[in-house]
Write a protein that binds this ligand. Structure first.
Ligand SMILES: NC(=O)c1ccc[n+]([C@@H]2O[C@H](COP(=O)([O-])OP(=O)(O)OC[C@H]3O[C@@H](n4cnc5c(N)ncnc54)[C@H](O)[C@@H]3O)[C@@H](O)[C@H]2O)c1
Length: 246
């Protein structure tokens, strides 16, 4: 237990599993009270009983639901926009529906949730917004990530725009760009290949350190960006990618 986020109130989307869940636990260990939200009620159950954590089902594609849950949560200091989905395929495999869904979940959701909380942050003159991007975006092009990479590049643009608008008003906004992280959805993507053993090897092979990241490789960066230790950091796109973009 630490006190790097003592007294802070945080709100996290997609906190049922993977990096969002790990952030909820890490933030609460550092003294924050956390609203952990996710589409999946079952996944959220694994956080029940975590000190300082309140769970709520929230689909970030619903404007009305976002507004309702944000009003219930009230004033917050830290917003971690983590929700995102991976569409696998090149432009030729990406239907308009896939494209629209990817934009809705991966970037329009951040517009919705940020709009719900930013006025309160500006009123109080403080706040840290952390947006989940990826190195698979403007930083590095990867095969079969058309919709994903485009939306994650948009996350970086969105982050810089918010940072620029709020730079003198006490609210910071940064993006994190992980490499390949071993999370439940990555395992799902691996299992979808005809040869999952080879697929895992291929994911490892694109990581120059010869291993995938764990969620614990990413949470220290999230805690840093949530805390006042990062007071001079805004508008950044922070890689935590095991050297993938050297
Ligand atoms: N795993 C990786 O290799 C990797 C790398 C870089 C970035 N990311 C990004 O990190 C984020 C989290 O991914 P992960 O792999 O840690 O976790 P994950 O993909 O295993 O879990 C994501 C969670 O998001 C929730 N979710 C999906 N759609 C939602 C919606 N509409 N509203 C609310 N919640 C929703 C799911 O229920 C699930 O609990 C995503 O934005 C992803 O793009 C992942």
């Amino acid at each position: 237990m630490g006190d790097r986020l003592k007294g802070k109130r945080a709100f996290i989307t997609a906190a049922g599993q993977g990096m969002g869940r790990a952030a909820a636990i890490a933030f609460s260990r550092e003294g924050a009270s956390v609203w952990a939200t996710d589409l999946d009620a079952d996944a959220l159950r694994s956080l029940e009983g975590t000190p300082g954590v309140t769970t709520r089902v929230l689909d970030v594609t619903g404007s009305e639901a976002v507004g309702r849950v944000a009003r219930e949560a009230g004033a917050i200091d830290v917003l971690f926009n983590c929700a995102g989905i991976v569409h696998h395929g090149s432009i030729l495999e990406c239907s308009e529906q896939d494209w629209d869904r990817s934009f809705d979940v991966n970037i329009k959701s951040m517009y919705r949730v940020t709009r719900a909380f930013l006025p309160g942050m500006l009123e109080r003159g403080k706040g840290s917004i952390i947006n989940m991007a990826s190195v698979a975006s403007s930083v590095r092009g990867l095969p079969n990530r058309l919709a994903y990479g485009t939306t994650k590049a948009a996350v970086i643009g969105f982050t810089k725009a918010i940072a620029a608008d709020c730079v003198a008003r006490g609210v910071r906004c940064n993006a994190v760009c992980p490499g390949t992280v071993d999370t439940p959805s990555l395992q799902g993507r691996i299992n979808a290949f005809a040869d999952p053993v080879q697929a895992r090897k291929d994911f490892v092979a694109r990581q120059p350190m010869g291993r995938l990241a764990t969620v614990d490789d990413v949470t220290p960066l999230l805690v840093y960006l949530a805390s006042d230790e990062s007071a001079f950091a805004t508008g950044g796109a922070f890689p935590v990618d095991g050297g993938m973009t050297i």
